[in-house]
Design a protein around this ligand. Structure first.
Ligand SMILES: Cc1cc2nc3c(=O)[nH]c(=O)nc-3n(C[C@H](O)[C@H](O)[C@H](O)COP(=O)(O)OP(=O)(O)OC[C@H]3O[C@@H](n4cnc5c(N)ncnc54)[C@H](O)[C@@H]3O)c2cc1C
Length: 392
């Protein structure tokens, strides 16, 4: 196809990460005719690398369960999530508390499920320009192959969203910084693997002025076992000085008798939700990281899957009423349990990542340990995930 080729379509989804594929799966499960009315484009070709810890909580698994899916790609079930501050810790327990997937494999699986329902995904096709032509009733999207005129567009193109940039939707500082590295480990070299434990270490909040935590996630990458180690800096207090992420990662790893290979570090931002920000324009919705995720823990996979559900409902309502202004999108986001929890997390992060006296944090950790005992998350046999529905 040449750049002058023109395609007209009811819905164009830009990006086939969890936000884009979840939107497609929700639409296709509700109405199979969407297979002919919708196109997904992604500049990458699956299985594509996506920098990520790969932790999927029950919130994400339940979105998939309601669509009729259980996670098929290989994963590490985490039985204990240990939240640490200096010498104190408390743990969420469950069967499992969450799962750790390899994103290349997980996202590829979702892509194949969309294709199995007849969805058309054009991989290796990058969007280069976006123009809202409201008076003509469509969005004009230019890719490196053609021009697409879409009645509606879902921008699910991640934290560095080109769509946001092209439309001048700018939220300034609402971006968390993350870096990560993988170290080869086995059940012999690392107890976290043997016991299925993921660690979130908040000690660095005071030792390195980090507005976040260091993590250890046992992971399987292409059949081999690795510890996914990284640092999450929420920047929930954007005016404070930035922590030195590389030094924080290096020091945290030395505490665990591991040496950081600087060449192995990779970094990527997570945009966090600013509810006052623009999340839609006429004929266009933002979803997943392009809209905003969680600044408290940096959770984004479950959030992206939930955006898919809400965006699909909004698209169906728009076509039913022939009204593409998307005035109710924020309200729908607010009413979705998972996304409402993100709104709350934005508020909590603003408080939690202020500078605190270490003594108060230690007291907070002791209180949390006590309170947790009163919840189902203290039981190792607690199953937070719903059973998949028969028909999705
Ligand atoms: C280091 C790190 C660790 C993380 N760990 C976790 C974790 O453990 N658990 C968790 O829940 N979340 C985690 N996250 C967050 C999570 O990765 C994201 O929130 C999630 O991937 C968002 O999904 P998405 O579909 O919105 O975007 P993405 O997964 O980023 O997908 C966007 C897609 O759009 C495509 N695209 C981009 N630009 C264009 C273009 N111009 N044209 C066409 N296609 C385009 C990309 O190729 C990509 O496939 C982590 C993030 C980072 C950076």
């Amino acid at each position: 196809m040449t750049s002058t080729t023109k395609t007209n379509i009811d819905l164009l989804i830009i990006g086939s990460g969890p936000a884009g594929t979840s939107t497609a799966l929700h639409l296709l499960k509700q109405d199979p005719t969407w297979a002919k009315r919708m196109l997904i484009v992604d500049k990458a070709i699956h299985p594509r690398e996506k920098l990520c810890g790969g932790g999927i909580t029950h919130l994400g698994e339940n979105v998939l369960a309601d669509l009729g899916y259980t996670i098929e790609p290989s994963n590490v079930p985490i039985k204990e999530v240990r939240l640490k501050y200096e010498d104190r810790h408390y743990s969420f327990r469950g069967d499992p508390v969450f799962r750790i997937v390899h994103r290349a494999e997980f996202d590829h699986w979702l892509v194949k499920e969309v294709e199995a329902l007849g969805g058309n995904i054009s991989q290796g096709e990058g969007v280069t320009d976006v123009e809202l032509l409201e008076d003509q009733g469509h969005v004009q999207v230019t890719t490196d192959r053609r021009v697409i005129r879409a009645k509606t567009v879902i921008a699910a193109d991640g934290s560095r969203s080109l769509v946001r940039r092209k439309l001048g939707i700018n939220d300034g500082h609402y971006v968390a910084r993350l870096i990560e590295t993988l170290t080869p480990e086995t059940t012999e070299t690392s107890w976290e693997f043997k016991d299925g434990v993921a660690v979130f270490d908040f000690t660095q909040m005071t030792s390195h002025q980090l507005q976040g935590y260091y993590w250890d996630f046992p992971s399987i990458v292409e059949g081999k076992t690795f510890m996914n180690r990284g640092v999450f800096d929420s920047r929930a207090q954007p005016t404070r000085d930035k922590a030195d992420l590389k030094q924080t990662l290096s020091d945290s790893m030395s505490d665990r008798e591991r040496e950081l290979d600087s060449k192995s570090i990779k970094g990527h931002p997570i945009r966090w939700l600013n509810f006052r920000s623009t999340l839609s324009r006429p004929h266009l919705l933002l979803a997943g990281d392009a809209a905003g995720a969680d600044p408290l823990f940096g959770e984004g996979i479950a959030i992206a899957l939930a955006y898919g559900k809400v965006a699909a409902a909004e698209i169906n309502a728009a076509f039913a009423k022939n009204d593409f202004r998307f005035k109710n999108y924020k309200w729908r986001i607010f009413r979705n349990g998972v996304l409402f929890s993100v709104v709350l997390r934005v508020w909590v992060a603003g408080y939690a990542y202020q500078p605190h006296n270490p003594g108060y944090i230690r007291i907070g950790w002791s209180i949390a340990r006590f309170v947790l005992r009163l919840t189902p998350w203290s039981r190792p046999n607690f199953v937070p995930v719903r059973k998949p529905t028969a028909n999705g």
